[in-house]
Ligand binder design. Structure first.
Ligand code: SF4
Length: 442
């Protein structure tokens, strides 16, 4: 290997979604293979990478404030600062015109170049935002995973939908699906290594098609779930328009697929959904939820909500609240609309004032908080399996994990149960988590 980075430490700060977290594990693996070592803090690193998210204006602003911090650090010691991910792809060389001292900019398809460009010493600023039309395989051993029990497995990237507000098709490109055989090979390796939970990732997993055989997402789910040793399978993100009957049916008949689904609603108003180019109506969405609940009464549903999309009236917003009341989501990710470059909606007048967006956001979040407390109270007294993901720092007997519905469960255990399944009796709850005691039934 010519591009050895021995004696160098790297630090990665990740903004955004699980896709970005998964990409950061891939970047970390590439740097580890080249001989660099992971640092716990930016101050300890020689290579500082910011893996970025461009979905909302606010995430870009957070990036710029963080880059300001790294630029100050760079004045104190010789470090290389790199920007990767969606903002790198979107802004490219524009980033160099800002006041930050950035050494390299790499889009999502170019991470393999990292060791080479770092080793080169970067006499000049380096930018690479080229696209690959085909799926680029990352060998499973080249991923430095954060957890040794729960693993992200990317099955597709990019999106062909062009929802009016969304920048993803411009930062991640068109859909590229990973061959089914390579998905299954990776999951089998993970199962052999003791992983219990697999989270299948893609911008729109429901439209997955195996490039070799044309088999779809439902078949992939069934195959992944049949691998011995894997206990829980989850997936995201789904699209209400592409979430077909066959996917719900596979979920209902396959115990290993968690009764949990993230199904982005975005708005409860059919008129706004149409302007957003989402391809479904409020009634389509509610019908799908009713059908899913008929198949799996215990299913836990979460969603995304955008408030203040151009033209959203008080009545439109009220319809969003009505859908939230009716579906009673386990969790929501809610945001104020902000126009993103290149998108169709950026040509519309951003006519809902910021204060109104803020009021609507607060109202939606207040309602959701109430729903979550009510949902959580129904769980007090129940015993449920929890995958323990970590341990409290201050209180050694306090652990944290997730239940099948992906809710956070904090619990007390006398025995060390990190990275194991345990049964927990829920004794109390708050709006954002459940609390309980481990019971010795395993
Ligand atoms: S489905 Fe729509 S919101 Fe989701 S990534 Fe594609 S364009 Fe964006």
């Amino acid at each position: 290997m010519t591009d050895r980075l021995t004696n160098l430490k790297f630090f990665i700060r990740t903004f955004g979604c699980q896709m970005n977290e998964s990409d950061s594990e891939r970047i970390a693996g590439i740097l580890r293979q080249a001989g660099a070592v992971k640092a716990d803090r930016a101050e300890e690193g020689d290579i500082l990478i910011v893996n970025t998210c461009a979905v909302r204006n606010k995430s870009e602003e957070k990036l710029y404030s963080y880059l300001g911090r790294l630029s100050r650090l760079k004045r104190e010691k010789p470090v290389q600062v790199g920007v990767t991910g969606c903002v790198a792809q979107l802004r490219g060389s524009e980033l160099l015109k800002k006041k930050f001292d950035i050494d390299f900019i790499l889009g999502p398809d170019t991470y393999g170049q990292l060791p080479h460009i770092i080793k080169k010493g970067l006499a000049e600023k380096y930018i690479s935002t080229s696209w690959s039309k085909d799926w680029q395989e990352t060998p499973p051993d080249l991923i430095l995973r954060e957890s040794s029990v729960s693993a992200y497995v990317t099955i597709m990237e990019g999106c062909n939908n062009f929802c009016a507000y969304c920048i993803v098709p411009f930062t991640r490109g068109r859909e590229k699906c990973r061959p089914l055989r390579s998905v299954l090979a990776e999951v089998s390796i993970l199962a052999d290594r003791g992983y219990k939970e697999i989270q299948l990732l893609g911008q729109n997993v429901n439209s997955y098609r195996d490039p070799d055989s044309g088999r779809g997402f439902a078949e992939l789910l069934e195959e992944v779930s049949s691998i011995d040793g894997i206990a829980w399978v989850r997936f995201l993100t789904s699209h209400p328009k592409n979430f077909g009957l066959e996917i719900g049916e596979v979920m209902a008949r396959t115990k290993k697929i968690c009764r949990q689904l993230h199904l982005p609603l975005q708005s409860g108003s059919t008129a706004i959904l149409k302007k957003m180019k989402r391809g479904y109506t409020k009634d389509d969405y509610l019908d799908k939820v009713a059908w899913l609940r008929q198949l799996m009464p215990e299913i836990s549903l979460s969603t995304d909500i955008i408030v203040g999309f151009p033209g959203e009236s008080a009545k439109d917003f009220k319809e969003t609240l009505d859908v939230m009341e009716s579906v009673r989501f386990a969790n929501i990710f809610s945001f104020r609309y902000s126009p993103r470059p290149l998108t169709e909606a950026s040509a519309l007048k951003d006519d809902v004032p910021f204060e109104i967006k803020t009021q609507r956001l607060e109202e939606a979040q207040r309602l959701q908080r109430k729903i979550q407390i009510e949902n959580h109270r129904l769980q007090v007294g129940r015993v449920m399996p929890v995958l323990c993901l970590g341990k409290g720092k201050k209180t050694p007997q306090l652990y944290a994990g997730r239940n099948e519905g992906y809710q956070v469960v904090n619990f007390h255990s006398e025995k060390d149960c990190r990275e194991k399944f345990v049964d927990v009796r829920i004794t109390s709850c708050g709006p954002y988590s459940l609390s309980g005691e481990r019971i010795d039934s395993r």
